[in-house]
Write a protein that binds this ligand. Structure first.
Ligand SMILES: [Zn+2]
Length: 152
């Protein structure tokens, strides 16, 4: 079985199984939360049929922001967007932090250097070797996603 992202299944199943397992582990482990946005963006960009097409452009820019400015900057922007939403802004997202990044290309890649089904899991956990190592792996996945779009 080959996934739409071009990857084969891993020990946990297909990419979707990995994605849902990560989201469910996040519920139990707040240490994983800072990487939530990159996980969601990378997954949906690699599996666009699972999300909403109109959000993909912003999701692509989130990953570029991560690669450009790092996870601490991304967490700050995410908190800012959330607070803005809470205050009942009708515009939703403030696109200013994302303006300098490339828009989503028209062509979707069908292959990525790194995939969700390739993420290591031990004893049912993605953070078996610590949050820092987990974050590094998600960063590499984000980088592989942007790289594939740039060369598509
Ligand atoms: Zn996949």
């Amino acid at each position: 079985m080959t996934c739409v992202c071009g990857a084969g299944a891993g020990p946990l199943g297909e990419c979707a199984d990995y994605y849902h397992a990560i989201l469910s582990e996040e519920q139990r482990d707040p240490g994983m939360w800072s990487w939530h946005a990159p996980v969601v963006c990378a997954y949906l960009l690699q599996h666009p049929a699972d999300g909403h097409p109109r959000f993909l452009d912003t999701q692509y820019r989130w990953l570029q922001l991560l690669l450009d400015q790092g996870i601490d900057a991304l967490v700050k922007v995410a908190a800012y967007q959330k607070a803005r939403n809470r205050h009942g802004s009708r515009q939703g997202y403030d696109m200013a932090p994302f303006e300098k990044y490339d828009p989503l290309p028209a062509d979707f890649p069908t292959r990525f250097r790194e995939s969700f089904s390739g993420l290591p899991v031990a004893d049912g956990s993605f953070v078996f070797d610590g949050h820092e190592a987990y974050g590094r792996r998600i960063g590499i996945l984000a980088e592989a996603t942007v790289e594939a779009f740039r060369s598509s």
